[in-house]
Design a protein around this ligand. Structure first.
Ligand code: 3H9
Length: 694
């Protein structure tokens, strides 16, 4: 069966791309479109052509699975098709529903006109794959939207709804039904003799643009890019559109596309794209596992975390009950929720109507009996085992059969929590990251007795909540936090050995982390750090210590940003090095007989990130993580590890598992037994293999 159906509706040829799952522009689709266009060209009864997508969507872009394969070279190429559509002797119209993304939107921009249904979205998200729209997107879109909006859309990759696309001139009309509306638009245009100018020939919005528009964009976007190269190259291409004729502009774009395509960042971001999708799959669940319907939720605890989780459900249109011990606590919690929504509305990231609708979905109660009919409950109280067990025993007595009982814990034992109920098969960990309404990671933790349907339901709900999910095994810290202690731990050892807080933070930020590990401690509070580390101090194996710098700073009242001093001294949000910190660090080094020296940035980078990879390998070994790429998904979404480096495990493989292994051998000698190389890492390093052979 052809990937493109050809039908004629009156005087209009309808080309329907039918290539599941997302109608990507594979070789088969391009061939089908090429053939369809030739048929339409030679059919005298046809006066116009509309292109649309079958099933749920228009065309989601080039077929990423064919990148770099022979199929990607099959003619016609996407650029050939766009040229054909643009110069076609009969009217060409793209009729959009679902999403028109990347090459899909570029193909639509090659058509003489575009219509979309109101629920459709359009965008050029190539930047998220480390590339740029290489089939004319950087040259055509700004010709419709103007340069500044074009820069914003293409460097962010954001999807815009049909109404906004209409306002910006990206589509010409919004229609009720994609096929009937597309055909009617084409027929009306023919009847009225409407003349459409090819987008590539429209120059009014790209003429006379001041150089400072590009300078400012480079500054603004460069500051946010954290080392990503594609956004800057996209700006270069858009500037080229304003300076060159269209032929030269398109050629320039093509050259830059090739450069980015060959970059390491493209490899890392494509790995990451597939990793996110793979992480949703749990191989050992029976194929017939049922997903339970989730139409209502409850959250226990109305603090920052609980309130944030309630927002997540309400934003997804799910009714949610927020529970706390007193109406005062609930009032305070709801005040924070309201404030957070108002900030989003004020910033323009959420329409007021959406805020009002979400707030209506959040109810409050102090009575557990009100939860009797709720489909899922998420407990989000303090990390105290006794309290959590007490709550789960109460939930066990009120919740209906088949409800999911979830705990939002970052480290506690799921099985022990489940033991407080008579239905451990319905209990599972669902760990959100703070602020829950912003951070994209949802780390689900399976207990020993969590049933397949409980697991599948929470993996599935993550997508509806707009989260990226991973499934972790039940251990101290699960996938993410278990690794974190090696990152922060090594940062503190580096300080003892002579690196400065500024240098460690600078190297981490240059690597692409949103914040350095030292500043992160100051921000979360050293007093909190001391509490979390207390249990760890007591459970350290023989021959191992942690650096006590955090404890020493806290003893002197330096508990972080909130009091104006921690590792750094603060004036507002500005931070400065502080001699007292240096004195404390030097004191610790002396006490433990640590020799201090200077470090290069390269050494610091390896020392910070290699131990994470080693611990990740141990997670693979003991089954805490299903696959290496799940660890990447957890770290990119929960801790801001740069996606353009693919995640820690991908990065480690690029550095070389042999090198990571050598680093672990040294770390064990220096830091103690927990830092010893993973056996799996040792085997892979020795055999010259990668994670796929784990
Ligand atoms: C491009 O166009 C370059 C051009 O400039 C050309 C230059 C010359 N290809 O996300 P989902 C698969 S670059 C192949 O779970 P959703 C995906 O792997 C491209 N496969 O669904 C998954 O497979 P599986 C620019 C693709 O409903 C399945 O579809 N375009 C592609 O949540 C379902 O995906 C983009 O970057 C693809 N392009 O979201 C768009 N896209 O079931 C990328 C998806 O085996 N895609 N798949 O795991 C998306 O943003 C989302 O997938 C979309 C659907 C919004 C479309």
């Amino acid at each position: 069966m052809s990937a493109v159906r050809y039908e004629v509706d009156g005087n209009v040829a309808v080309l329907t791309v039918d290539y599941p799952p997302v109608n990507a522009l594979s070789a088969a689709v391009r061939t089908g479109l090429g053939e369809g266009l030739e048929k339409a060209r030679n059919d005298d009864s046809v006066e116009a052509v509309i292109v649309l997508g079958a099933d749920k969507t228009f065309i989601a872009g080039a077929d990423i699975t064919e990148f770099g394969t022979e199929k990607s070279a099959v003619k016609p190429g996407l650029r050939d098709l766009i040229e054909t559509l643009e110069t076609f002797p009969k009217l060409t119209v793209a009729a959009i529903h679902g999403t028109a993304l990347g090459g899909g939107l570029e193909l639509a921009l090659g058509c003489h006109a575009r219509v979309a249904v109101s629920s459709a979205k359009v965008g050029l998200p190539e930047v998220n794959l480390g590339i740029l729209p290489g089939a004319g997107g950087t040259q055509r879109l700004p010709r419709l939207t103007g340069v500044e909006t074009g820069i914003d859309l293409i460097t962010s990759g954001k999807h815009i709804p049909a109404a906004k696309a209409l306002e910006l001139g990206v589509v010409d009309a919004v229609v009720d039904d994609v096929r009937a509306g597309g055909v009617a638009f084409a027929q009306k245009s023919l009847a009225e003799g409407t003349q459409f100018t090819a987008v590539i020939e429209r120059n009014d919005k790209i003429s006379g643009v001041e150089p400072k528009v590009f300078e400012e964009a480079r500054k603004r976007i460069g500051a946010k890019a954290r080392g990503k190269i594609a956004p800057m190259v996209i700006i270069d291409c858009i500037e080229a559109a304003t300076k060159m004729d269209s032929v030269a502009g398109l050629k320039y774009e093509q050259e830059k596309f090739q450069e980015l395509f060959a970059s390491d960042q493209r490899g890392a971001l494509m790995h990451y794209f597939f990793a996110e999708r793979e992480a949703r799959k749990v191989p050992d669940l029976p194929a017939d596992t049922k997903v339970r319907p989730i139409n209502s939720a409850a959250v226990i605890g109305s603090g920052t975390m609980g309130g944030g989780i309630a927002m997540v459900f309400a934003n997804a249109g799910i009714q949610v009950k927020l529970v706390d011990i007193s109406s005062e606590a609930l009032e305070k919690g709801m005040e924070t929720v309201r404030k957070n929504y108002e900030i989003s509305v004020g910033r323009g990231s959420m329409p007021k109507a959406k805020m009002d609708a979400a707030l209506k979905l959040i109810e409050t109660t102090t009575d557990y009996a009100d939860l009797a009919n709720t489909d899922i409950v998420i407990e989000a109280v303090f990390e105290k085992m006794d309290l959590k067990k007490e709550i789960f025993s109460k939930l066990d007595s009120v919740m209906k059969d088949g409800a999911i009982l979830a705990t939002n814990t970052s480290s506690l034992d799921i099985d022990e929590i489940a033991s407080a109920t008579k239905r451990p098969e319905d209990v599972i960990g669902v760990h959100f990251f703070s602020p829950a309404n912003v951070m994209k990671l949802q780390e689900n933790i399976r207990g020993a007795k969590s049933s397949p349907s409980t697991i599948k339901t929470v993996m599935d709900i993550g997508k509806k909540l707009g989260k990226n999910v991973v499934l972790a095994g039940n251990c101290d810290g699960f996938i993410g936090n278990r690794i974190l202690q090696y990152y922060t731990g090594e940062a503190e050892f580096l300080l003892e050995q002579g690196a400065t807080p500024e240098q460690v933070d600078r190297v981490a930020m240059k690597f692409g982390m949103p914040m350095g590990p030292i500043s992160m401690r100051d921000m979360s509070g050293l007093d909190v750090g001391v509490l979390v580390r207390k249990a760890r101090w007591n459970s350290l194996p023989e021959g191992e210590r942690m650096s006590p710098i955090v404890e020493r700073l806290a003893e002197r009242g330096r508990i972080g940003m909130k009091v104006g001093k921690g590792f750094y001294r603060y004036e507002g949000r500005d931070k400065f090095p502080d001699p007292e910190t240096t004195e404390i660090i030097e004191g610790v080094a002396k006490e433990y007989g640590v020799k201090r020296r200077e470090f290069t940035d390269e050494e610091i980078e390896l020392r910070l990130f290699a131990p994470m990879v080693n611990e990740g390998a141990k997670e693979l070994e003991d089954g805490t993580a299903i696959r290496a790429s799940d660890i990447d998904v957890a770290w990119v979404n929960g801790y801001g590890f740069p996606a353009h480096k693919g995640g820690p495990m991908y990065w480690g493989e690029r550095v070389g598992l042999k090198k990571i292994h050598e680093m672990a051998v040294e770390a064990e000698k220096r830091n103690g037994p927990r830092w010893a190389p993973s056996k799996l890492l040792g085997r892979l390093a020795k055999e010259g293999k990668g994670w796929k052979d784990a």
